[in-house]
Ligand binder design. Structure first.
Ligand code: PGA
Length: 304
């Protein structure tokens, strides 16, 4: 739809500056009561108040805990309690939405309902929903378009399955998922879209942690797909993060890769302390300046 007629630069040659702000999110999946959610947010806010880390942090509670999480966040930001040192931000996300604005969709949640709970980010197309809840490339695409139209920032999950890997079609799968998910979006919209690359074989307790270099190579495949569909600038602006068995120990390895813009964390961030540790370890390992990344330009094409 948004074909880019200009001759494309060499794969991987456009992702060398780290101007995209680090993004670290955590989905609580089907965990936490309202009281547990409030305590988590309070602990996280206390830490953010004193933290100087320049990071976009996003929590994705279950729907039932969104209002109390929102109220707790608001009380952290109350006038007179304004954080002075904080450079980072903390946003509230939801784990899913329906693409239609209202209607006979039993059990579903609309963008308007999420906005009503002060949600600003919405997760779409998680691997578990694709596997277990009938989520398809087409429904992900419709949800992404509706989210952007409503003013929500979509975090679109894409990822290869164990079979994709076995048959050597992981790159094709992930490129297809990215292109279909972004199909209805204008290139200018991609600056507020996050693509979360989460291979199905890495997610969950039985998952195998993905090597940072392998994730980096797949992220370059993803940016190539975005460049083909939406152009060079959009491919540079979109944030691509990684997830699947991410924890405080492996976070630094991901931070050192130039095309990885952040993390999407599950189990390791089910406590606020766990989430904070992942953020701190990731940020501590980020290259200090873009100049440190210059040598990496074009050096990884052979890893595709
Ligand atoms: P995990 O979950 O970190 O528990 O593997 C990640 C995810 O599903 O986003």
């Amino acid at each position: 739809m948004h074909s880019n007629s200009a001759a494309p630069p060499a794969p991987g040659a456009f992702v060398m500056n780290r101007s995209r702000r680090s993004w670290i999110g955590t989905s609580w999946k089907m965990n936490k009561t309202r009281a547990e959610a409030a305590a988590y947010v309070a602990e996280l806010c206390d830490w953010m108040r004193d933290s100087e880390l320049d990071v976009s942090a996003v929590i994705f509670p279950p729907f039932t805990a969104l209002p109390i999480a929102s109220a707790q966040l608001a009380s952290c930001r109350a006038p007179g309690d304004a954080p002075e040192r904080t450079r980072g931000s903390l946003q509230l996300g939801a784990q899913n939405m329906h693409w239609q604005p209202r209607g006979a969709q039993t059990g579903e949640i609309s963008a308007e309902m999420l906005l009503d709970c002060d949600v600003s980010v919405v997760e779409i197309g998680h691997y578990e929903r694709r596997e277990n809840c009938g989520e398809t490339d087409r429904s992900v695409s419709m949800k992404a378009a509706s989210a952007v139209a409503a003013g929500l920032e979509p975090v679109i999950c894409i990822g290869d399955s164990p079979d994709d890997r076995r048959y050597g079609v992981a790159a094709e799968t992930v490129s297809r998922q990215a292109k279909i998910a972004l199909h209805g979006l204008e290139p200018e919209a991609l600056g507020s879209v996050v693509l979360a690359y989460e291979p199905g074989w890495a997610i969950g307790a039985g998952g195998t942690q993905a090597e940072a270099a392998d994730v980096e190579a797949m992220h370059r495949v993803i940016r190539d797909a975005v460049r083909a569909s939406h152009g060079q600038e959009a491919a540079e602006q979109i944030r691509v993060v990684c997830g699947g068995s991410v924890d405080a120990a492996n976070a630094p390895g991901y931070a050192r890769e130039t095309s990885i813009d952040g993390l999407f964390v599950g189990r390791a961030a089910l406590t606020a302390a766990g989430f904070i540790e992942v953020i701190e370890q990731y940020c501590a390992a980020l290259p200090a300046a873009d100049s440190e990344l210059v040598g990496a330009e074009g050096d990884t094409d052979d890893r595709h």
